[in-house]
Design a binder for this molecule. Structure first.
Ligand code: HEM
Length: 352
């Protein structure tokens, strides 16, 4: 057993762990590990937005274009594609890519064919919207958690391997304790979201983030379940999860949730897979923790799962949580509706 914080990221603490030194967790979980050469990663969520079945084909062509771009030199080391319908009734397809380092991402982004496609005027007109939400946490600004050690999803796909069983889990506050920066920093938010361009007017709007926005990707994979486990997941756990996700999407704002998407993996032809995850942006780690620890919607999912855990031998639940400096976030919305992603809570610029 070892600390979730890799040895090269450990430092003298000025803030204590919530668990005592003799704490031992009741069941094993692991975290992703990467060599010291990984100093920051990039998580790039690239989206296509449409409304109405008549635009579905064009939207999937857009998604395939994004994935083709991932295949160019310096593209991401891992990616996946999802669909979700948002609160305004729009459908959204997202291709998320993970890079092991910002330099490779920067070279990929600067490729003329990629830069020109995003900058083209055609993106601002027509029936589709496009967005990209790019964040780059340093190695000391994110954590992962997997009750399995193979085929790591999400950011785990660009890491080098897994830890030994880790100490910091199965108690509230353990997510924070797994983030290396928590040894010395409370990671408090600073400032608010602001938009350049007017979200209400559409067009091309860039949202400026603030220090210590937190993002969680919390995933569920029941694709390897036999019929009994499959049915149990879909009747006992998924409905509670959906309720929690709808709550955060529709009423999470006052709790500090800027955006919550409950997305389902799809293949490039739109066929759904039995894998979902939440992409959830929060004003701060504190706000995310408060919801997870105290809100009935998460506690219901938690209890639904924990009470039946032994009957889910193949269910793969995992998460990754990151915080970011303001300068390491880029949110751009082109021809999207004004409540898309972080646009909803961004202040439009005031007249001076
Ligand atoms: C922690 C269950 C979905 C946010 C946990 C833990 C469990 C759990 C068992 C404790 C893990 C450990 O430390 O060993 C579930 C189940 C889910 C689910 C069964 C769905 C099927 C979500 C979603 C979110 C979320 C969608 C956010 C949008 C969190 C957070 C923690 C946590 C932030 C860490 C709390 C802390 O360490 O202080 N959850 N969860 N969970 N969950 Fe969930």
């Amino acid at each position: 057993m070892e600390s979730a914080i890799d040895t090269h990221l450990q430092c003298p603490r000025t803030l204590s762990r919530r668990a005592g030194e003799d704490y031992r967790p009741p069941f094993p979980v692991w975290v992703a590990r990467a060599g010291e050469d990984v100093t920051a990663v990039v998580m790039g969520y690239f989206g296509v937005q449409y409304r109405g079945e008549e635009h579905r084909e064009e939207a999937f062509a857009g998604l395939r274009h994004l994935v083709d771009d991932f295949g160019r030199p310096d593209g991401p080391g891992a990616w996946d594609t999802t669909h979700h319908r948002d609160a305004a009734g729009y459908d959204n397809l997202i291709a998320v890519g993970y890079w092991r380092d910002p330099e490779t991402y920067g070279r990929w982004l600067a490729r003329p064919e990629i830069a020109a496609w995003w900058d083209a005027d055609e993106r601002r007109t027509g029936d589709l919207g496009f967005f990209r939400e790019i964040v780059s946490p340093r190695a000391d600004q994110f954590e992962t958690l997997y009750p399995f050690t193979d085929r790591l999803p999400g950011v785990g796909g660009v890491m080098d391997g897994v830890s030994d069983e880790i100490e910091e889990h199965a108690y509230w506050g353990s997510m924070r304790d797994r983030i290396p920066l928590s040894q010395t920093d409370r990671m408090r938010p600073e400032g608010g979201l602001s938009a350049t361009g007017d979200p209400a007017l559409g067009g091309r709007v860039v949202v400026r983030g603030h220090d210590n926005i937190a993002l969680i990707r919390s995933g569920q994979d029941w694709s390897e379940a036999d019929p009994e486990e499959h049915a149990l997941y879909e009747t006992e756990v998924e409905p509670a999860l959906r309720e929690a996700m709808d709550f955060l999407r529709d009423r999470g704002q006052r709790l500090g949730c800027y955006s919550n998407r409950y997305v389902r993996y799809v293949d490039l032809d739109g066929r759904p897979l039995d894998k979902t995850y939440a992409i959830s942006h929060w004003r701060s780690l504190d706000k995310l923790e408060q919801w997870a620890e105290t809100h009935p919607s998460h506690l219901r999912v938690f209890v639904a799962f924990v009470s039946l855990a032994r009957r889910f031998p193949t269910l793969r639940l995992y998460h990754e949580v990151s915080v970011f400096d303001a300068s390491e976030q880029y949110y751009e919305y082109v021809n999207c509706h004004p409540a898309t992603g972080l646009l909803r809570d961004a202040e439009a610029p005031h007249e001076v």
